[in-house]
Design a binder for this molecule. Structure first.
Ligand SMILES: [Zn+2]
Length: 221
């Protein structure tokens, strides 16, 4: 039972890439070669300023530049096959824009008991969240901005979120489980917080390390 839950745990990390959900890629209006590269750090001790600086709020109605930046972020997200979400600072845009999805997937539900709430691709402007109660959940995360590193991160199990659509419509509600984790991870990016800043320090290790652990767990199974 213990081993099995370990196997599950490692599957939950690596099933479709780190902190990833196996979203299908959509066609993009911007050619892939014209999309910006990720801003990355290669260790949790080395920080790039844009990833560590709270991003700017956008004002409505959005400017032409804001609308262009949203399109670029969305296009970058669309070309990633294993991407649960992206935030504008990850591609060098210091604005509070995130794009994410938690689309229903039978395969993912098998491995993630916390995958209970779904949301189609969503773009939020000036997003915020707060925990609804004291309940938390630990799980592994990775990030396109933190190369080859994974770690165990404590997140609120349930959150209340607030944001605006690109059209300026206010949205708010409650999210739980894996969806809540995705939102917390992405909103943290526009706050200048990376998962490695809040992961249990002892758990911050290479993806390779966790991959080996997973393989060992699978063998024991
Ligand atoms: Zn990230």
């Amino acid at each position: 039972m213990r081993t099995k839950s370990k196997v599950k745990m490692f599957y939950s990390i690596f099933l479709k890439g780190m902190f990833a959900m196996g979203l299908s890629a959509c066609s993009s209006i911007i050619p892939q070669e014209n999309l910006p590269e990720y801003v990355t750090v290669s260790s949790h001790k080395e920080y790039n300023s844009i990833l560590k600086t709270p991003a700017k709020d956008l004002n409505f109605p959005l400017s032409v530049d804001d609308k262009r930046d949203i399109k670029i972020l969305e296009a970058k997200y669309d070309v990633e096959e294993n991407c649960a979400g992206l935030a504008a600072p990850q591609i060098g845009i210091a604005k509070k824009i995130i794009v994410f999805a938690a689309e229903d997937s039978e395969e993912l539900r098998k491995w993630r008991p916390d995958f209970t709430q779904y949301m189609p691709k969503t773009i939020w402007i000036n997003p915020t969240y707060e925990g609804i109660n004291q309940a938390t959940h630990d799980d592994y995360e990775g990030c396109f901005s933190v190369k080859d590193i994974a770690g165990l991160v404590k997140r609120h199990q349930k959150i209340h979120y607030h944001a605006f659509t690109p059209e300026g419509k206010e949205v708010s509600g409650e999210a739980e489980g894996f969806l809540a984790r995705i939102i917390q991870h992405e909103v943290d990016h526009v706050r200048g917080v990376l998962f490695v800043d809040i992961a249990y320090p002892d758990s911050i290790k290479s993806v390779e390390y966790y991959r080996k652990k997973r393989d060992e767990a699978l063998v024991k199974k």
